[in-house]
Design a protein around this ligand. Structure first.
Ligand code: HEM
Length: 182
């Protein structure tokens, strides 16, 4: 539960930061981009921890009120969320590594911990580096569109369970909405 809310808050913050630095030009862009990289790598590490947790400790079963198609839809959304939680940071790390400025502005997590560059990308000749940078930027942008769609779907489904179905599904992630044990 803690990992769910922490990762959710970091992803929303990172999307907000991206919208913010996209509105800037020149040098003022650099500090928010560096913070965006630090938060994104943190999301990667937390998501890998969450995936390992999920694979070793199965989640509690869904209530019987959740029908067959809803279980399939929920499973599909979870898989796509993991693709976003891991794919966004990896594509961001790759596009940043395939950048001429990585040598002068390496990734230093929250200004403290040196994060490695993906060396084969940083060593590419200029034309190939630009091609790789543009390719990974496109992947990063497409995953951002997928993230927007998934977040909208996920929030709508959660509200449906909370307000219309009132079936206790929200209590799986919000302890104070959990029905008292009988
Ligand atoms: C939770 C993880 C992440 C999320 C949700 C995220 C989200 C985004 C979004 C929404 C954009 C704007 C895309 C657009 O212009 O349409 C963006 C751009 C960018 N992201 Fe991320 N990102 C994440 C992780 C990372 C990481 C780990 C790095 C680098 C280590 C990174 C580096 C960048 C850079 C450099 C840009 C600007 C790309 C450009 O337009 O030149 N991101 N990110």
């Amino acid at each position: 539960m803690s990992l769910h809310w922490l990762i959710a808050a970091l992803i929303i913050t990172n999307i907000g930061l991206a919208w913010y630095f996209n509105s800037l030009t020149g040098l003022p862009k650099i500090p928010p981009i560096q913070l965006h990289k630090s938060i994104g790598i943190t999301v990667l590490l937390l998501s890998l921890a969450r995936l390992a947790w999920r694979l070793t400790v199965p989640p509690p079963p869904l209530p019987d009120s959740v029908s067959g198609w809803q279980r399939i839809a929920a499973a599909a959304v979870y898989v796509l969320f993991y693709a976003v939680m891991i794919g966004m940071p990896l594509s961001g790390w790759a596009l940043s590594s395939a950048s001429a400025i990585i040598r002068f502005k390496p990734i230093i997590l929250f200004g403290v911990v040196h994060w490695p560059t993906i060396t084969p990308l940083a060593d590419l000749p200029p034309a190939e580096m630009k091609q790789a940078h543009d390719g990974f930027t496109t992947v990063h942008q497409l995953l951002a569109l997928l993230a927007y769609a998934l977040i909208a779907l996920h929030v709508a489904a959660a509200l449906r369970h909370l307000l219309l179905l009132k079936d206790g599904v929200m209590g799986r992630m919000v302890p104070f909405l959990r029905a008292p044990a009988t």
